[in-house]
Write a protein that binds this ligand. Sequence first.
Ligand SMILES: [Zn+2]
Length: 275
Amino acid sequence: MIRITKSQPAPAPLTTRGTRHLSKLQATQAADPAACQVPGNKLLESRDGIYNDSQVKARLLSDQHRKCCYCESRPTSVSYGDVEHFRPKGGYQQVRGGLLHKPGYYWLAYSWDNLYFACHLCNQEFKGNYFPLRNPAGRAKCHTDSLAQEQPLLPDPSTEDPARYLTFRQDAIMPRRASRRGQACIEAFGLDRPELISRRIEHLKRLMHARIIGGLDLSLPLNAMATQFLQEARLSLDEGRMLVADARRIWLEAALDTAEFAGMVRANFPHLPTV
Ligand SMILES: [Zn+2]
């Protein structure tokens, strides 16, 4: 996880159709709050055609550099991502796998601040409706309650820097200074799942290869190592220089917001530029 900057203003479908439907949701809740709390009720269901509109998803993808807001993977052609509600819209769980409390944060269903792009695994297989608070008694339960009193365990990546709570030792993710919020992130989003660790290991290996190749000196006269490299790789001098330049670029851009797994790279190589 890294900090995310949302572009402004909010995408039009949220401020037009979303605002209109939000008025209906608020009126429904105000008319019969008790009915809206009955388990399984669908009175405050939001419209996925609004928050899932292609304009909304395209903007999230652009703002997040096509990476999942939680694991920083780039979903591939075989694994699509979702528009994710940070505060769950339909119902919430204070305990993972526990009771689903109704209603959820229905009034944030079309709130730009509450939306992110997340991979299928982080969103659906792990986080789901889990949204624990350090102070459950302070939870906002309808649109007239204040969010300011809530103390979420999961940091919101557009208002807090997740690096305050999470760090890495090589591919292994861990809470920074035994942070409870860091541990909550790892568990909630499955940030230590085996397939994700494998991808981070491969990413670090590719970066190490880029660092080594980028360190080659192909200036004339060629030294023995450079001569051997070009011969064994069957490259011309120009081809070798392009490869070295590309490897240096990969290394120097590895901690930028645009890079996959930038949070892991920053923790391991804090001297690399981040902007
Ligand atoms: Zn993810």
